[in-house]
Design a protein. Structure first.
Lengths: 351, 512
């Protein structure tokens, strides 16, 4: 039993312990951001923004420490929630400060410390963010070729150049990204060798990228993120054109995708849905209610090219989440997806 | 610059931009001196409120909850069924997972929101949970099954046998465990230590063969399916689970809300835990079982501070029922809902001392019904403020009432000492918006406890906490039990929260 417990606090109660523990009240930086991770030495500034975890809403002051790797260039800055340091509005919880241009070519770390006004409680969050004046490190070029094993895959290799005149990049890696809607299956990041000033390197392994042939316009937009010690300091992008891929025609099969109107319609309790696919595809045929929520899956498998029909019956339909008492009379939709083909039609259940 | 493992997408909102609610409270619950003071101020400030007070002397208008209309929780649409709270990264702030089923034919990820403090949430849009697209997630349950200090997450899948267990690796990272915790269309799941061996077991509903499923935690990171006993052999169709030690014997008992999809006469079950994994079923003639019809969920809470957990049972288009626990294994049925609310499609419910006055209040969400079905004639949510004398005052105005809702949970997400409410709206129809309702608070005192097991399971599920404080001149013992299941598809905050009225000290605090 604990006695004379003060209210309006958060406590941790460890089983069997003789005392309650007041939850620590450290105020610490969270969701810190900087607007640039590479800046030109002596030219560019960095905008640092952060929020704080402050569960007892104590008043406090906050500071950042910016330091290079050997602590020969160190700056301490106050950060504010006053609306005057590009920190959005005053008193909105977002603190900010500009870090002035750096004098040396190096990597820099940012740490954040807080001191409560009431009891001078100090808390420091080290290495909360990093930036660099080394480089830039850029995407020099990209090689791309079709896989000899899989015609739907391209083999991609980025070539990364260190444009610094004096610093070597170590413990580095590269990540290849494409946000194109037709790109799929891109790999993760690969290690790079050390990059001497002015030299270009490539990862020992190649990336693989697939594509959706019906959408593919013949090029990819690639972005690279280049890391050192696990931190992304440099990003770059390029568009690369590749030969388009043709699609063989299969003249003895349906020429187009098609989803027919169900018959009978209205229906109760069964109806038939016919559809055609001109090439081998992964097919789904699903039934949705008027709010678009799935109530039945009629087809969900790879299908050869051909004409098909499927029967939809109320028996066995008991979608426990949406229609626990069974499907009610009304309008429903059925939707065919075959590869990238999508068609939706309406049908009416009349009970 | 960002680190390679950067986790979060930031979307914030400003509390200062909130829309204000107005709710009614009962004038009889405050002293004559307070009445005079409040009336005096009201007369001076707002003439129209004076008029209302004159015409209806037992009520006044006061703000209680503020609807949060901005921020990612209300801006990211889904088809949300349930929610569950936990401080998954142990930073002192409660985070929340919202489960989603498919949305306009597209499967949606379950949405884990990290609490940034000061009322800000961000969607964790990377990692195992976000990248694991599940067709129909209803329930989720947090529990530290391996006692490593980090709450793990179980997500039940409502249309498949596969369930998803995410091990909390610490540092905000989760790993999807391809586990043996298979189900048969899981609509609800509970982490519980039913045999008090110090490790959390998991219990699942089944909507295919209707036999609930129990997996015993072997303490080595694995689970063994329990294939004997009444709680895994009864063939009811449970939709949600509510665990509590209602008979005060030190182990968790189970109320199973059974929803018969083919009739309106489903019988709920109350399973009594006798220890060592042995359960018996209370007779179906018992008051607490015999009248329920299509129950969707239930919530345990000691609303009258008598040391016994009472049960509020939520029914689909049938009157909800409050069962007072007499302390001798029997219950007395009490109807607090208005008669017209019997038409409501009630789904969610939660107890919580929302006004921090030293007794549990009650909140229930009422759905607007399934598409194609007739819209229920009663769709308002129900908020009952406990008067402290066994009676409740129903709140009838405010967004939190008129918005309706599917399921609900209570948690103090902004760490200001009062319980806020989250309503998710998956079955309501477009636009599928979920909302937080911020408790505007008052000057009453409170305390919040996070219990950590050492011999017991680390999540302290099953722990009972009693607090004695002098409230309104009386020594009041309040009681809470950590068993997070509440209502339907939802888990409340694992923290223990007591409202204390004007009490300046908790005289005694007992943790069992």
């Amino acid at each position: 039993m604990y006695t004379n417990v003060a209210p309006n606090k958060f406590y941790t109660v460890n089983e069997g312990a003789s005392n309650l523990i007041i939850v620590p009240t450290n105020i610490f930086a969270k969701k810190s951001t900087i607007d640039k991770s590479y800046i030109r030495k002596g030219i560019d500034s960095v905008l640092f923004l952060t929020r704080f975890s402050n569960i007892y809403n104590q008043s406090f002051s906050a500071h950042i420490l910016v330091a290079n790797t050997d602590y020969t260039e160190v700056d301490s800055l106050n950060i504010f929630d006053d609306g005057f340091h590009n920190d959005s509005l005053a008193n909105d919880g977002l603190y900010g400060a500009y870090i002035t241009p750096r004098k040396t070519e190096d990597f820099f770390t940012i740490s954040v410390s807080t001191i409560t006004n009431e009891n001078n409680r100090y808390f420091n969050t080290p290495d909360i963010s990093r930036f660099t004046t080394i480089g830039p490190v850029v995407l020099d070029s990209i090689s791309i070729s079709k896989s000899i094993h899989n015609p739907n895959i391209y083999i991609v290799k980025p070539f990364i150049k260190n444009e610094s005149k004096s610093a070597t990049i170590k413990n580095d890696s590269v990540k290849l990204i494409s946000s194109d809607s037709w790109a799929k299956g891109i790999s993760t990041f690969y290690d790079l060798p050390d990059i001497n000033p002015g030299s270009t390197v490539e990862p020992s392994l190649s990336f693989q990228i697939g594509y959706i042939d019906s959408l593919f316009p013949g090029y990819f937009d690639f972005k690279v993120e280049i890391m050192s010690d696990g931190w992304v300091y440099w990003t770059d992008s390029k568009q690369i054109t590749v030969p388009a891929v043709g699609i063989d025609e299969q003249s003895n099969l349906p020429l187009t995708f098609n989803l027919e109107q169900n018959y009978p319609n209205p229906f109760n309790p069964t109806t038939t849905i016919k559809y055609s696919i001109p090439k081998q595809s992964y097919v789904t045929l699903k039934v949705y209610d008027i709010l678009g929520r799935e109530v039945a899956t009629l087809v969900n498998e790879e299908k050869q090219a051909g004409n098909y029909e499927v029967e939809f019956s109320l028996s066995g339909i008991r979608n426990l989440v949406y229609h626990p008492t069974g499907m009610a009379s009304g309008i429903y939709f059925y939707q065919l997806k075959a590869g990238d083909y999508v068609s939706t039609k309406k049908m009416t259940l009349l009970k | 610059m960002h680190k390679q493992t950067a986790l979060h997408k930031k979307v914030g909102f400003k509390i200062t931009e909130l829309i204000k609610d107005v709710l009614q409270i009962n004038f009889n619950t405050i002293s004559i001196k307070q009445k005079r003071c409040i009336m005096h101020k009201l007369i001076k400030i707002i003439v129209c409120v004076f008029f209302l007070s004159f015409l209806y002397p037992n009520t006044l208008m006061a703000q209680m909850f503020t609807k949060i209309s901005t921020g990612p929780i209300s801006e990211i649409l889904g088809n949300s069924q349930g929610s569950s709270w936990a401080d998954y990264d142990n930073d002192g702030l409660l985070d929340v997972l919202i489960t989603n089923t498919s949305f306009y034919g597209e499967n949606k990820p379950n949405l884990l929101y990290h609490n940034e403090g000061a009322g800000y949430f961000v969607l964790v849009d990377t990692g195992a949970i976000y990248n694991d697209i599940i067709s129909a997630s209803c329930s989720s349950s947090w529990g530290d099954y391996d006692n490593d200090g980090n709450p793990d997450l179980f997500v039940g899948v409502a249309d498949q046998s596969i369930n998803h267990l995410y091990h909390n690796e610490g540092n905000g990272n989760f790993k999807l465990i391809t586990s043996e915790l298979q189900g048969d269309a899981t609509s609800d799941a509970s982490w519980i230590d039913y045999d008090n061996d110090g490790y959390l077991d998991i219990y699942l509903t089944s909507q295919v063969n209707n036999k609930n499923i129990l997996y015993h935690n072997n303490g080595l990171g694995g689970f063994t399916k329990v294939d004997t006993g009444i709680i895994v052999s009864d063939t009811d169709c449970a939709i949600s689970l509510s665990w509590a030690d209602f008979d005060n014997d030190g182990d968790l008992d189970l109320f199973a809300s059974n929803f018969d999809f083919n009739s309106t006469s489903a019988i709920n079950r109350l399973y009594i835990n006798h220890g060592n994994g042995y359960f018996t079923s209370m007779s179906s003639d018992a008051v607490i079982l015999k009248d329920a019809a299509n129950t969707t969920g239930a919530s345990w809470g000691d609303y009258d501070n008598d040391g016994n957990l009472d049960l509020y049972v939520v029914n689909n288009q049938s009157a909800n029922e409050l069962f007072h626990n007499n302390g001798d294994g029997t219950f007395e049925k009490i109807i607090i809902d208005p008669p017209e609310a019997a038409a409501a499609f009630s789904v969610g419910s939660t107890w919580g001392d929302f006004d921090n006055d030293g007794d549990l209040d009650l909140f229930t969400t009422n759905d607007r019904g399934f598409p194609g079905d007739p819209t229920p004639s009663f769709r308002d949510n129900l908020l009952f403020i406990n008067n402290g004398n066994g009676q409740f005052t129903r709140i009838t105005t405010g967004d939190i009432i008129t918005d309706g809702g599917h399921s609900c949970t209570a948690a103090d997400y902004d760490n200001d000492g009062d319980l806020d409410i989250l309503i998710v709206n998956g079955s309501l129809g477009a636009p599928y918006v979920n909302y937080l309702y911020l408790n505007n608070g008052n000057s009453n005192n409170w305390v919040t406890l996070t219990c950590v097991g050492t011999v017991s399971n680390k999540s302290a599920i099953g722990t009972r906490v009693k607090a004695k404080a002098k409230i309104n001149g009386k020594d009041i013992w309040q009681m809470r039990e950590i068993a997070q299941n509440t209502g339907c598809h939802t888990n409340n905050s694992p923290r223990v929260h007591f409202g204390l009225g004007k009490a300046s000290v908790i005289d005694s605090l007992i943790v069992r």
